[in-house]
Design a protein around this ligand. Structure first.
Ligand code: XIL
Length: 554
């Protein structure tokens, strides 16, 4: 306990997180399903047959959720592996389990470009059309009256919003989607028929493509009831832009919407920042659905890291679910639970912030300022997103300032970056993204030139030492904002530091020291002194080299 306290205290002092303090589970006043039902929604989970022999897991499936989706058991390769040979055992097992538990079932999925046998993919157009009709008629007919919904067509879109060039599209033409819905309606007049995709959760080209597709289906009189938003999210990417508003525009077409496959993965190992972002994402998805009357419910794509599709599909990533491998609830559970249980009731996001303007641009840093957002309660901060290059590239979050200004450092010389910002309130609700600004840093040669003098003195009789580091700007232009990096070579650790924000991830030899506000500027020829206390075992050699803003120092 004391070690943990010390570590937490040190973490605070150093401005870094050295231990992950996991919040206690919520005062669980009710299950996720109970709270969701009180808000007029369901809360569901995807299950696979193999897992159901795990009794503790099965007990949570029964108690916590009001809806089940078979993760794989109703896909074409599971249900019709050979032409005309239908195998309903695994699907029936889940339908029967749901019935015993009083849960509804979302059928998943009739047509997909994946997990469809080769014999289907190799058919010519006429034969494929007949196979599609036969499959839908049989499968939907088998489950007629027993399911809440079917994902009729899964993942039909490319990232740019155009139709995915699947074998369905190639052989049957774009009309295959309408044909599939009509066949499904003919086989079950009451089940809700959904189209389902990923990366359509927020505004963007793909979501616009889905919107246009659904509008056109409606205009053609195609029997479609709902749009599924998979919501496979990841902490290293921004939260989907305007998710609530995006769901609402589909609802405004007179359709149901549902979150169908929610998970929030992270690059491993987990740390407290990633966990905090994960909690926020889970809470925001929940809040977005709650705020849209026609959002009928949320399904998580697995609730425990014990059975997760993420490590297989995204190597190096994981920890994506509400419970850990021991089925212990994580803070994400609390976030969802508390959002369902009422939260603050504030669903109004801050107004859109102004497009950032760049100033104080050097070869490695710049400052952004933007017109502030307003909120019905209060703006609690902003998120700054950056993508490399003048186009393309992925936006990642680089800062979370509490005011409408942000200094970005560690940039490459003569390089273009794009930035946008968004505001948040305490819930948090997120504003729409600002416009994007494109900025090019100055040519190098100035800010990168540096000299570092390092000296360390060991404490007599103990494994401690004190080091001082003097950084000199040997270039001809001022450095404005800096990060010094070096690596220990003999297992030393920084225990506390001064005159910079020091960080050394646990288990890593790499140390970084970032300027404080008062020593951000190093004029040409000027020096700043910083230092730290460290620990060592055995010898205590000086680091082999130093970089300042990623440029090597002499
Ligand atoms: C995944 C399953 O969870 C995995 O077990 C399987 O190996 C691959 O498919 N979008 C979907 C789901 O619509 O069907 C996918 O399920 C996950 C992505």
């Amino acid at each position: 306990m004391r070690r943990k306290l010390l570590a937490t205290l040190l973490g605070g002092l150093l401005g870094v997180s050295v231990c992950v303090v996991v919040a206690a589970p919520a005062q669980a006043s009710g299950t996720l399903q109970q709270h969701a039902a009180a808000r007029g929604k369901f809360f569901g989970n995807a299950v696979d047959s193999g897992e159901l022999t795990d009794a503790p897991y099965r007990a949570i499936v029964a108690s916590e959720f009001g809806q089940l989706t078979p993760g794989n058991a109703m896909k074409w390769d599971a249900i019709e592996p050979q032409p005309g040979q239908f195998n309903y055992a695994r699907g029936d097992e889940i339908v029967n389990l749901a019935r015993a538990n009083g849960q509804s079932v979302r059928g998943h999925t009739l047509l997909w470009h994946s997990q469809t046998p080769g014999w289907v993919q190799n058919l010519d157009g006429a034969a494929m059309r007949a196979a599609m009709q036969n499959h839908i008629t049989n499968v939907v007919g088998h489950y007629r009256g027993q399911l809440y919904a079917w994902d009729v067509v899964n993942e039909p879109l490319n990232e740019d919003g155009t139709l995915r060039s699947s074998f369905w599209l190639q052989r049957l033409g774009p009309g295959y989607i309408a044909e599939a819905f009509r066949a499904a309606r003919a086989a079950d007049p009451n089940v809700k028929l959904y189209i389902n995709d990923y990366n359509t959760d927020g505004f963007g080209a793909k979501s616009d493509g889905m919107f246009a597709l659904v509008q056109s289906l409606l205009q053609q009189g195609v029997p479609i009831d709902g749009v599924g938003f998979q919501s496979h999210l990841a902490v290293q990417y921004g939260f989907p832009s305007g998710m609530q508003q995006n769901l609402q525009r589909f609802a405004n077409l007179g359709l149901d919407v549902a979150i169908t496959e929610l998970d929030v993965r992270m690059p491993l190992p987990a740390d407290s920042n990633k966990i905090a972002t994960q909690n926020t994402y889970y809470r925001n998805v929940t809040s977005a659905c709650l705020a849209v009357t026609r959002c009928v419910g949320i399904t998580v794509w697995g609730f425990t890291d014990r059975y997760s599709w993420i490590p297989g599909a995204f190597p190096g990533e994981g920890s994506a679910h509400l419970s850990d491998v021991n089925l212990q609830r994580k803070p994400a559970y609390t976030a969802v639970h508390d959002a369902l249980a009422g939260g603050t009731g504030d669903t109004t996001p801050p107004t859109q912030p102004g497009t950032p303007a760049a100033s104080a641009v050097t070869s490695s840093s710049l400052t952004l300022n933007w017109a502030a957002s307003t909120d019905n309660v209060a703006v609690t901060g902003y998120e700054v997103y950056r993508a490399p290059g003048a186009s393309g590239g992925t936006f990642t979050r680089v800062g979370t300032p509490t005011t409408n200004s942000f200094a970005d450092t560690g940039l490459s010389a003569a390089s273009t970056y794009r930035y946008y910002v968004r505001a948040r309130d305490a819930v948090p609700n997120f504003s729409a993204n600002s416009g994007t600004v494109s900025v090019t840093t100055l040519p190098g040669g100035g800010g990168g030139s540096c000299r570092v003098v390092y000296s360390a003195s060991n404490w007599g009789g103990a494994n401690g030492f004190t080091a001082s580091v003097t950084i000199t700007n040997t270039g001809s232009s001022a450095v404005n904002g800096w990060t010094l990096r070096f690596a220990f070579t003999a297992g030393q650790r920084v225990t506390d530091g001064w005159s910079a924000s020091w960080s050394q991830p646990s288990g890593s030899a790499n140390v970084s020291a970032t300027n404080l506000s008062w020593n951000a500027v190093i004029a040409p020829g000027a020096s700043v002194g910083i230092g730290f206390n460290g620990s060592h075992t055995g010898s205590n050699p000086a680091p082999a080299g130093f970089t300042l803003n990623n440029a090597v120092c002499s």
